[in-house]
Design a protein around this ligand. Sequence first.
Ligand code: ADP
Ligand code: MG
Length: 190
Amino acid sequence: MSEFLVFEKVTKRYGDFYAVRDVSFEVRQGEIFALLGPSGCGKTTLLRMLAGFIEPDEGRILVDGQDVTGLPPEKRPVNTVFQSYALFPHLSIRDNIGFGLKMAKKPKAEIAREVDKMLDLVDLTEHGDKKPDQISGGQKQRVAIARALVNKPRVLLLDEPLAALDLKLRQRLLVELDEIHDEVGITFLY
Ligand code: ADP
Ligand code: MG
């Protein structure tokens, strides 16, 4: 079986310093794949190269057989959930989640429908009209996940998405993340 996500001999240098050196790995479609390693070992750099925020100096990255190296971020079938939620403080939860669809000029009715689905998925239906400062840290992180998933990426990138939360909440959200993964069935790179 051909692998869905392929990192092929990927290297990223800053001057003489190797942030990532000759890294190859493959992930199957629908898998949750976790990159583990000490701080500074290159995890974020790998995710950023897949998202298109930075380009590798050597090697290739393929998604479903397509070489994505060189494509601008918005042309890549991936979306990122950051540790620092990065929600828009002046927008409601609904508008935060629908933001990408609005930018893509989707019809209002479709946006409303997709946002409803996402609110249900992350269990925030009752909180849609609140602003980010009116919900908890765990809820904010679920908004960030919903906002990334609403654009229907083929791969969801999660860069230490739970690091800002306390241990108990982290454990609970990890279980929820697993349930969300089962429901949406796309590939998660964590
Ligand atoms: P991780 O996410 O595993 O903690 P990173 O991918 O953020 O690690 O960083 C890998 C290495 O690359 C680190 O040593 C970091 O300091 C270095 N690095 C990351 N970005 C830059 C940059 N823009 N300029 C110089 N060095 C960088
Ligand atoms: Mg990192």
